[in-house]
Design a protein around this ligand. Structure first.
Ligand SMILES: [Mg+2]
Ligand SMILES: [Zn+2]
Length: 277
């Protein structure tokens, strides 16, 4: 279903933890991380932590090995594979970095499911040190958003994604996230889109306190099972609506509910895209 664009936050959405914190904790950086956190922007701090790992002799392969141990619920792996095989356009929008995200997705066989990963760039320099850079050069210019950190405004990236799509007026979005910056992305959704906040996380709390600001329909989820069930249900729902709309536009059918011969039914989509209940 090429008309559906699913945008996923990464940390605490696709993976169950925060990849930056995982590396800091697992590789023994917690103390210097805590010391520097009050004064150094988060993105710059992670670059500094990679410098520290390099000076301690940790190799890029050791960092990758640590990332491969990050918990990623099996229901979420299945949900992403199902959505991809159904033809949805899947994208990541994350304040982590390319190396962390690609290493984890590749390990779970998910990297090829995504058409685009919007995140902070990274590279391994000639000395073998992982470098992490800001998505925007915030020292050169400020994006001006009060919700997001200086290195990345998720709302601006959502606008970029939307404007890059062919036939963008016909696309339907589903956005999944947990954090405050995901609210900025969620504000860019329209009435026919869906926002999926993780229950009891900051995005969910903000939506509850300011529901009037969100145009999209909100569907919460709390764990991998609910992530899978809700996402696949919404994809089915949108597919049926869009097929009915196309048929209706062609004046072939005017009543979606009673029309069963050529318009795919709910069962058709459920067989194509199993929704576990
Ligand atoms: Mg997150
Ligand atoms: Zn923003």
């Amino acid at each position: 279903m090429a008309g559906i664009v699913v945008v996923f936050d990464f940390d605490k959405t696709i993976i169950d933890c925060d990849s930056d914190n995982w590396i800091v904790d697992e590789l023994g950086l917690s103390q210097s991380f805590k010391q520097l956190l009050p004064t150094v922007p988060f993105n710059s701090l992670m670059d500094r932590m990679m410098m520290e790992l390099h000076s301690k002799g940790k190799t890029i392969e050791e960092i990758a090995e640590c990332l491969r141990k990050v918990p990623l619920p099996s229901n979420i792996v299945s949900a992403i594979k199902s959505a991809h095989s159904f033809g949805c356009d899947l994208r990541i929008l994350s304040d982590a970095n390319v190396f962390f995200i690609e290493t984890i997705l590749e390990h779970h066989g998910l990297l090829d499911c995504f058409s685009e990963i919007n995140t902070n760039p990274s590279l391994v320099d000639e000395g073998g040190r992982l470098r992490i850079f800001p998505y925007y050069d915030f020292k050169a210019s400020c994006h001006g958003c009060k919700i997001c950190p200086p290195n990345m405004c998720k709302g601006l990236v959502m606008e970029k994604i939307r404007s890059s799509l062919p036939a963008r007026g016909t696309k339907r979005f589903i956005y999944l996230g947990d954090g405050g910056a995901d609210f900025c992305a969620g504000l860019k959704l329209e009435e026919k889109d869906y926002l999926m906040p993780r229950k009891n996380f900051p995005l969910w709390e903000i939506i509850r306190s300011k529901p009037e600001l969100v145009k999209a329909e909100v569907q919460e989820w709390c764990d991998g099972a609910e992530f899978q069930r809700t996402l696949l249900h919404l994809i089915n729902k949108i597919s049926i609506e869009e097929n009915c709309r196309v048929e209706s536009d062609q004046l072939v059918a005017t009543d979606c509910k009673s029309h069963t011969s050529s318009v795919p039914t709910l069962e058709h989509f459920q067989s194509a895209l199993p929704v576990p209940y």
